[in-house]
Design a protein around this ligand. Sequence first.
Ligand code: AMP
Ligand code: MG
Length: 326
Amino acid sequence: MIVLGIESTAHTFGIGIIKDTKILCDVRDMYKPREGGIHPAEATEHHVKVAQKLLKQALKEAEIKLKDIDLISFAQGPGMPPCLDVGAVFARSLSIKLNKPLIGVNHAIAHVEIGKLLSGAKDPVILYVSGGNSQILAFSAGKYRVFGETLDIAIGNALDKFARSLGIPHPGGPKIEKLALKGKTLIELPYVVKGMDFSFSGLTTALQQKYHSDKFSDEDLCYSFQEYAFSMLIEAAERAVAHLGKKEVLLTGGVAANKRFNKMLKIMCKERGAKLFETPLKYCSDNGTMIAYLGYIEFKNGRRTQLKNSEKRPNWRADQVSVNWI
Ligand code: AMP
Ligand code: MG
């Protein structure tokens, strides 16, 4: 069956079309803030502007017609409310126009399932590290449970925020990684792990204060930032691996691009006798394909979303989804 998936939860408007598990096309357009971080109203305006153009492009690349689509899947949450509305309205109108079923899926779980499909992981502990999310997830007793998460801002958001203090435009993660390579001295910073959860807000503030004190080089600050933040994430992930006795770790989200993070994670996996599975970078970031794929597996297992239940769910947690496909 042919499924069209729509992603619009934050900065990216994306459309993916799949035929069963084969990806026919993946098109996307990312909103880039002129200054500062993501502005929800501007991102929304961006999504509205690019939606029709991307749909046309997607159909062309997939070499199909609108009427060939069997199912419309959209990211119902979590995400920025006005951004979610654009995708939901777009999906509903397509579903009505084509008289085809609609399914609203969870964005975080879509990241997990596309990662499993493309990496071959079967039952991993998942590290989902992006601009808006930082969670350690794993399937257990019928649901994807959140075994650890940030108590405040996401790791990507923390990197972007500190980067802005250094005058680096959004998204700052890649430039921080480059600067960190030249760092030599580890600066003492707050290391915050509480149980299985972690926090990046105090760490970011401490880095900003140290930067303004003019006593440290940008390179050392970036290097220390990465060492602290990534160690916190990996400590929590390691505990999840140990407690659950899982033998696989899956990495996804935009921060997965960081080579130092990958290296640290590989060491942990080796020490634990677990295997690291990496989502291909293209599908680590937000995309419509993962939405199409999760819609496909949920639909095949009997789930549908009625129009009256297709309202956005800005705070929809992964552990609130009853999993009908595993
Ligand atoms: P996403 O929200 O999944 O699209 O991922 C975007 C986030 O990933 C932003 O916060 C980026 O700064 C971050 N990011 C991208 N590449 C890297 C990198 N090489 N190292 C660290 N963070 C990165
Ligand atoms: Mg995401």
